[in-house]
Write a new protein. Structure first.
Lengths: 146, 146
DNA sequence: TAATAAACGCAACTCAGTTGCTTTAATGTG
DNA sequence: CACATTAAAGCAACTGAGTTGCGTTTATTA
Protein backbone atom coordinates (compact mmCIF):
# COMPACT_ATOMS: atom_id res chain seq x y z
CA UNK A 1 0.00 0.00 0.00
CA UNK A 2 1.14 3.49 -0.86
CA UNK A 3 2.06 6.16 1.64
CA UNK A 4 -0.90 8.18 2.76
CA UNK A 5 0.80 11.54 3.05
CA UNK A 6 -1.77 13.37 0.96
CA UNK A 7 -4.59 12.88 -1.46
CA UNK A 8 -4.74 9.48 -3.05
CA UNK A 9 -5.76 8.68 -6.57
CA UNK A 10 -9.11 7.03 -7.10
CA UNK A 11 -7.32 3.91 -8.39
CA UNK A 12 -5.24 3.69 -5.20
CA UNK A 13 -8.27 4.11 -3.00
CA UNK A 14 -10.14 1.36 -4.80
CA UNK A 15 -7.23 -1.05 -4.60
CA UNK A 16 -6.80 -0.34 -0.89
CA UNK A 17 -10.41 -1.36 -0.31
CA UNK A 18 -9.88 -4.46 -2.41
CA UNK A 19 -6.77 -5.43 -0.45
CA UNK A 20 -8.81 -5.28 2.74
CA UNK A 21 -11.65 -7.41 1.35
CA UNK A 22 -13.97 -4.43 1.21
CA UNK A 23 -16.18 -3.69 -1.77
CA UNK A 24 -15.41 -0.63 -3.87
CA UNK A 25 -18.67 1.23 -3.45
CA UNK A 26 -18.99 4.90 -4.35
CA UNK A 27 -19.49 5.87 -0.73
CA UNK A 28 -16.63 3.85 0.74
CA UNK A 29 -14.17 5.19 -1.84
CA UNK A 30 -15.32 8.70 -0.95
CA UNK A 31 -14.99 7.93 2.75
CA UNK A 32 -11.51 6.50 2.35
CA UNK A 33 -10.49 9.55 0.34
CA UNK A 34 -11.84 11.83 3.05
CA UNK A 35 -9.74 10.02 5.65
CA UNK A 36 -6.65 10.12 3.43
CA UNK A 37 -7.07 13.87 3.04
CA UNK A 38 -7.74 14.45 6.73
CA UNK A 39 -4.69 14.50 8.91
CA UNK A 40 -6.68 14.53 12.13
CA UNK A 41 -9.72 12.71 13.43
CA UNK A 42 -13.33 12.69 12.26
CA UNK A 43 -16.69 11.98 13.86
CA UNK A 44 -19.65 10.34 12.14
CA UNK A 45 -21.40 13.71 12.09
CA UNK A 46 -18.44 15.45 10.46
CA UNK A 47 -18.30 12.73 7.85
CA UNK A 48 -21.99 13.15 7.11
CA UNK A 49 -21.44 16.87 6.48
CA UNK A 50 -18.34 16.49 4.37
CA UNK A 51 -19.41 13.62 2.18
CA UNK A 52 -21.59 15.13 -0.50
CA UNK A 53 -24.23 12.43 -0.68
CA UNK A 54 -26.99 12.27 1.88
CA UNK A 55 -25.98 8.90 3.22
CA UNK A 56 -27.83 7.13 5.99
CA UNK A 57 -26.05 7.33 9.32
CA UNK A 58 -26.20 3.55 9.65
CA UNK A 59 -24.20 3.26 6.43
CA UNK A 60 -21.58 5.59 7.86
CA UNK A 61 -21.35 3.75 11.17
CA UNK A 62 -21.10 0.36 9.47
CA UNK A 63 -18.42 1.61 7.09
CA UNK A 64 -16.43 3.03 10.01
CA UNK A 65 -16.78 -0.29 11.79
CA UNK A 66 -15.62 -2.21 8.73
CA UNK A 67 -12.69 0.16 8.16
CA UNK A 68 -11.63 -0.18 11.77
CA UNK A 69 -11.84 -3.97 11.72
CA UNK A 70 -9.68 -3.96 8.59
CA UNK A 71 -7.11 -1.74 10.26
CA UNK A 72 -7.62 1.17 7.87
CA UNK A 73 -8.74 3.54 10.61
CA UNK A 74 -8.73 3.52 14.39
CA UNK A 75 -10.65 5.09 17.22
CA UNK A 76 -9.13 8.17 18.82
CA UNK A 77 -9.63 9.01 22.51
CA UNK A 78 -11.92 11.97 23.10
CA UNK A 79 -13.37 13.82 26.08
CA UNK A 80 -16.79 14.34 24.57
CA UNK A 81 -19.20 11.50 23.99
CA UNK A 82 -18.43 11.36 20.31
CA UNK A 83 -16.45 8.59 18.69
CA UNK A 84 -13.57 9.94 16.65
CA UNK A 85 -11.73 8.03 13.97
CA UNK A 86 -8.42 8.70 12.28
CA UNK A 87 -6.49 6.98 9.53
CA UNK A 88 -3.71 4.60 10.53
CA UNK A 89 -0.83 6.53 8.99
CA UNK A 90 1.78 4.48 10.80
CA UNK A 91 0.40 1.10 9.79
CA UNK A 92 -0.25 2.16 6.25
CA UNK A 93 3.06 3.73 5.35
CA UNK A 94 6.70 3.84 6.23
CA UNK A 95 6.43 7.51 7.08
CA UNK A 96 6.20 7.26 10.85
CA UNK A 97 6.69 10.99 11.25
CA UNK A 98 3.20 11.67 9.98
CA UNK A 99 1.41 11.09 13.28
CA UNK A 100 4.20 12.55 15.35
CA UNK A 101 2.65 15.98 15.52
CA UNK A 102 -0.24 17.50 17.46
CA UNK A 103 -3.79 17.83 16.26
CA UNK A 104 -5.96 20.88 16.88
CA UNK A 105 -9.73 20.61 17.16
CA UNK A 106 -11.75 23.84 17.02
CA UNK A 107 -14.51 23.69 19.61
CA UNK A 108 -16.61 26.12 17.56
CA UNK A 109 -16.61 24.74 14.04
CA UNK A 110 -15.25 21.29 14.92
CA UNK A 111 -12.71 21.59 12.15
CA UNK A 112 -9.51 19.65 12.73
CA UNK A 113 -6.04 20.97 11.95
CA UNK A 114 -2.62 19.45 11.71
CA UNK A 115 -0.02 21.24 13.80
CA UNK A 116 3.03 19.99 11.95
CA UNK A 117 5.38 22.19 13.97
CA UNK A 118 4.27 20.87 17.36
CA UNK A 119 5.89 17.53 18.07
CA UNK A 120 4.40 14.91 20.35
CA UNK A 121 6.76 13.92 23.16
CA UNK A 122 7.67 10.38 22.21
CA UNK A 123 8.44 7.73 24.78
CA UNK A 124 8.33 3.96 24.85
CA UNK A 125 8.31 3.22 28.54
CA UNK A 126 7.27 4.97 31.73
CA UNK A 127 7.70 3.02 34.92
CA UNK A 128 5.97 -0.30 34.35
CA UNK A 129 3.79 1.11 31.61
CA UNK A 130 4.56 0.07 28.05
CA UNK A 131 3.63 2.93 25.75
CA UNK A 132 2.73 2.03 22.19
CA UNK A 133 1.17 5.21 20.84
CA UNK A 134 1.08 8.84 21.95
CA UNK A 135 -1.52 11.42 21.02
CA UNK A 136 -1.37 15.16 21.58
CA UNK A 137 -4.68 16.89 20.98
CA UNK A 138 -5.19 20.61 21.40
CA UNK A 139 -8.60 22.21 21.69
CA UNK A 140 -9.71 25.79 21.39
CA UNK A 141 -10.64 28.31 18.72
CA UNK A 142 -9.22 28.28 15.22
CA UNK A 143 -8.36 31.57 13.42
CA UNK A 144 -11.82 31.67 11.80
CA UNK A 145 -13.70 31.22 15.08
CA UNK A 146 -11.90 33.60 17.42
CA UNK B 1 -6.19 21.97 49.61
CA UNK B 2 -4.01 19.08 50.63
CA UNK B 3 -2.52 16.72 48.11
CA UNK B 4 -4.81 13.77 47.54
CA UNK B 5 -2.32 10.98 47.33
CA UNK B 6 -4.27 8.38 49.28
CA UNK B 7 -7.35 7.73 51.36
CA UNK B 8 -8.63 10.80 53.14
CA UNK B 9 -10.29 11.08 56.50
CA UNK B 10 -13.96 11.93 56.66
CA UNK B 11 -13.10 15.31 58.22
CA UNK B 12 -10.70 16.12 55.38
CA UNK B 13 -13.28 15.16 52.76
CA UNK B 14 -15.91 17.39 54.33
CA UNK B 15 -13.56 20.36 54.57
CA UNK B 16 -12.48 19.91 50.96
CA UNK B 17 -16.10 20.18 49.88
CA UNK B 18 -16.52 23.25 52.07
CA UNK B 19 -13.45 24.89 50.58
CA UNK B 20 -14.93 24.45 47.13
CA UNK B 21 -18.32 25.92 48.11
CA UNK B 22 -19.97 22.54 47.89
CA UNK B 23 -22.35 21.28 50.54
CA UNK B 24 -21.29 18.36 52.68
CA UNK B 25 -24.02 15.91 51.79
CA UNK B 26 -23.71 12.22 52.59
CA UNK B 27 -23.52 11.30 48.94
CA UNK B 28 -20.93 13.89 47.91
CA UNK B 29 -18.65 12.96 50.80
CA UNK B 30 -18.93 9.33 49.73
CA UNK B 31 -18.27 10.28 46.11
CA UNK B 32 -15.22 12.35 47.00
CA UNK B 33 -13.89 9.49 49.10
CA UNK B 34 -14.36 7.08 46.22
CA UNK B 35 -12.36 9.35 43.93
CA UNK B 36 -9.62 9.79 46.52
CA UNK B 37 -9.31 6.00 46.80
CA UNK B 38 -9.35 5.41 43.05
CA UNK B 39 -6.10 5.82 41.14
CA UNK B 40 -7.67 5.38 37.73
CA UNK B 41 -10.77 6.95 36.24
CA UNK B 42 -14.44 6.26 36.92
CA UNK B 43 -17.63 6.35 34.87
CA UNK B 44 -21.06 7.33 36.19
CA UNK B 45 -22.09 3.68 35.97
CA UNK B 46 -19.07 2.50 37.98
CA UNK B 47 -19.84 5.12 40.61
CA UNK B 48 -23.45 3.97 40.83
CA UNK B 49 -22.26 0.42 41.52
CA UNK B 50 -19.56 1.32 44.04
CA UNK B 51 -21.51 3.87 46.06
CA UNK B 52 -23.73 1.92 48.44
CA UNK B 53 -26.84 4.05 48.24
CA UNK B 54 -29.20 3.72 45.31
CA UNK B 55 -28.77 7.26 44.14
CA UNK B 56 -30.52 8.72 41.15
CA UNK B 57 -28.29 8.97 38.10
CA UNK B 58 -29.11 12.67 37.76
CA UNK B 59 -27.68 13.22 41.23
CA UNK B 60 -24.48 11.48 40.17
CA UNK B 61 -24.16 13.44 36.94
CA UNK B 62 -24.80 16.76 38.66
CA UNK B 63 -22.31 15.95 41.41
CA UNK B 64 -19.70 15.06 38.78
CA UNK B 65 -20.43 18.29 36.99
CA UNK B 66 -20.11 20.32 40.21
CA UNK B 67 -16.88 18.55 41.16
CA UNK B 68 -15.43 19.22 37.73
CA UNK B 69 -16.39 22.90 37.79
CA UNK B 70 -14.74 23.18 41.22
CA UNK B 71 -11.59 21.55 39.90
CA UNK B 72 -11.83 18.51 42.16
CA UNK B 73 -12.05 16.08 39.26
CA UNK B 74 -11.57 16.27 35.51
CA UNK B 75 -12.75 14.50 32.42
CA UNK B 76 -10.42 11.90 30.98
CA UNK B 77 -10.24 11.14 27.26
CA UNK B 78 -11.73 7.78 26.40
CA UNK B 79 -12.28 5.74 23.28
CA UNK B 80 -15.67 4.39 24.29
CA UNK B 81 -18.75 6.57 24.49
CA UNK B 82 -18.56 6.80 28.26
CA UNK B 83 -17.44 9.90 30.12
CA UNK B 84 -14.63 9.09 32.53
CA UNK B 85 -13.61 11.23 35.48
CA UNK B 86 -10.49 11.16 37.61
CA UNK B 87 -9.35 13.11 40.64
CA UNK B 88 -6.98 16.01 40.20
CA UNK B 89 -4.03 14.95 42.30
CA UNK B 90 -2.42 18.28 41.72
CA UNK B 91 -3.82 21.54 43.04
CA UNK B 92 -6.80 22.58 41.01
CA UNK B 93 -9.34 25.33 41.52
CA UNK B 94 -12.26 26.85 39.70
CA UNK B 95 -9.99 29.67 38.55
CA UNK B 96 -7.00 27.74 37.35
CA UNK B 97 -7.78 24.16 36.53
CA UNK B 98 -4.51 22.36 36.40
CA UNK B 99 -4.88 19.27 34.34
CA UNK B 100 -1.68 19.30 32.44
CA UNK B 101 -0.66 15.71 32.97
CA UNK B 102 -0.81 12.82 30.54
CA UNK B 103 -3.36 10.02 30.62
CA UNK B 104 -2.53 6.41 29.95
CA UNK B 105 -5.14 4.05 28.53
CA UNK B 106 -4.43 0.32 28.67
CA UNK B 107 -5.50 -1.25 25.41
CA UNK B 108 -6.02 -4.58 27.20
CA UNK B 109 -8.15 -3.78 30.25
CA UNK B 110 -9.27 -0.28 29.15
CA UNK B 111 -8.28 1.09 32.53
CA UNK B 112 -7.20 4.73 32.52
CA UNK B 113 -4.32 6.07 34.59
CA UNK B 114 -3.27 9.60 35.38
CA UNK B 115 0.44 10.06 34.73
CA UNK B 116 0.99 12.99 37.06
CA UNK B 117 4.70 13.00 36.37
CA UNK B 118 4.37 13.40 32.63
CA UNK B 119 3.54 16.99 31.84
CA UNK B 120 1.66 18.06 28.78
CA UNK B 121 3.47 20.73 26.80
CA UNK B 122 1.55 23.84 27.82
CA UNK B 123 0.84 26.62 25.37
CA UNK B 124 -1.88 29.20 25.07
CA UNK B 125 -1.33 30.34 21.52
CA UNK B 126 0.09 28.87 18.36
CA UNK B 127 0.00 31.12 15.36
CA UNK B 128 -3.59 32.31 15.14
CA UNK B 129 -4.92 29.33 17.06
CA UNK B 130 -6.15 29.97 20.60
CA UNK B 131 -5.50 26.85 22.62
CA UNK B 132 -7.75 26.29 25.62
CA UNK B 133 -6.96 22.71 26.57
CA UNK B 134 -4.19 20.30 25.73
CA UNK B 135 -4.44 16.57 25.97
CA UNK B 136 -1.66 14.03 25.94
CA UNK B 137 -2.95 10.49 25.77
CA UNK B 138 -0.67 7.49 25.86
CA UNK B 139 -1.78 4.01 24.92
CA UNK B 140 -0.26 0.63 25.55
CA UNK B 141 -0.15 -1.98 28.27
CA UNK B 142 -0.45 -1.23 31.97
CA UNK B 143 1.71 -3.14 34.50
CA UNK B 144 -1.06 -5.71 35.05
CA UNK B 145 -1.51 -6.42 31.35
CA UNK B 146 2.06 -6.74 30.11
C1' DT C 1 -25.78 -13.55 -16.75
C1' DA C 2 -27.22 -15.79 -12.87
C1' DA C 3 -25.90 -16.80 -7.96
C1' DT C 4 -24.29 -14.91 -3.56
C1' DA C 5 -22.94 -12.20 -0.22
C1' DA C 6 -21.58 -7.54 1.03
C1' DA C 7 -23.30 -3.07 1.47
C1' DC C 8 -27.26 0.09 1.60
C1' DG C 9 -31.33 2.12 3.67
C1' DC C 10 -35.31 2.52 6.42
C1' DA C 11 -37.68 2.04 10.99
C1' DA C 12 -37.44 1.13 15.44
C1' DC C 13 -34.71 0.61 19.32
C1' DT C 14 -31.03 1.25 23.27
C1' DC C 15 -28.81 3.78 26.58
C1' DA C 16 -25.67 7.54 28.40
C1' DG C 17 -26.45 11.87 29.55
C1' DT C 18 -29.70 16.22 29.96
C1' DT C 19 -33.56 19.35 31.24
C1' DG C 20 -37.47 21.01 33.90
C1' DC C 21 -39.59 21.22 37.92
C1' DT C 22 -40.77 19.98 42.64
C1' DT C 23 -39.17 18.49 47.16
C1' DT C 24 -35.62 17.91 50.70
C1' DA C 25 -31.97 19.35 53.48
C1' DA C 26 -27.57 21.99 54.37
C1' DT C 27 -26.11 26.47 55.72
C1' DG C 28 -26.21 31.15 57.37
C1' DT C 29 -28.45 34.83 60.25
C1' DG C 30 -30.98 36.68 63.96
C1' DC D 1 -33.08 27.35 68.22
C1' DA D 2 -36.27 29.08 64.39
C1' DC D 3 -36.62 30.68 60.15
C1' DA D 4 -35.08 32.08 55.42
C1' DT D 5 -32.32 30.90 51.69
C1' DT D 6 -30.44 28.14 48.31
C1' DA D 7 -27.77 24.05 46.96
C1' DA D 8 -28.61 19.41 46.23
C1' DA D 9 -31.71 15.43 45.63
C1' DG D 10 -35.27 13.07 43.16
C1' DC D 11 -38.63 12.09 39.67
C1' DA D 12 -40.33 12.16 34.84
C1' DA D 13 -39.71 13.09 30.43
C1' DC D 14 -36.58 14.13 26.89
C1' DT D 15 -32.29 14.16 23.59
C1' DG D 16 -29.11 12.33 20.50
C1' DA D 17 -25.21 9.17 19.33
C1' DG D 18 -24.90 4.79 18.14
C1' DT D 19 -27.23 -0.07 17.32
C1' DT D 20 -30.27 -3.85 15.58
C1' DG D 21 -33.39 -6.16 12.45
C1' DC D 22 -34.75 -6.87 8.08
C1' DG D 23 -35.86 -6.23 3.35
C1' DT D 24 -33.58 -4.27 -0.96
C1' DT D 25 -29.78 -3.11 -3.89
C1' DT D 26 -25.42 -3.80 -5.99
C1' DA D 27 -20.49 -5.40 -6.38
C1' DT D 28 -18.23 -9.57 -7.08
C1' DT D 29 -17.39 -14.38 -8.71
C1' DA D 30 -18.40 -18.45 -10.97
Amino acid sequence: MKAVSGILLMADLASILQQHNLRKTKFRIELLQLFSETTSSLTAEEIKKRVGKTNDKVTIYRALDAFEKSGLIHKVPDKSNLTRYAMCHTNCSAHAHIDNHAHFICTECNETFCMDEIEVPKMKQHGDFQIKTSNLTLEGNCPKCI
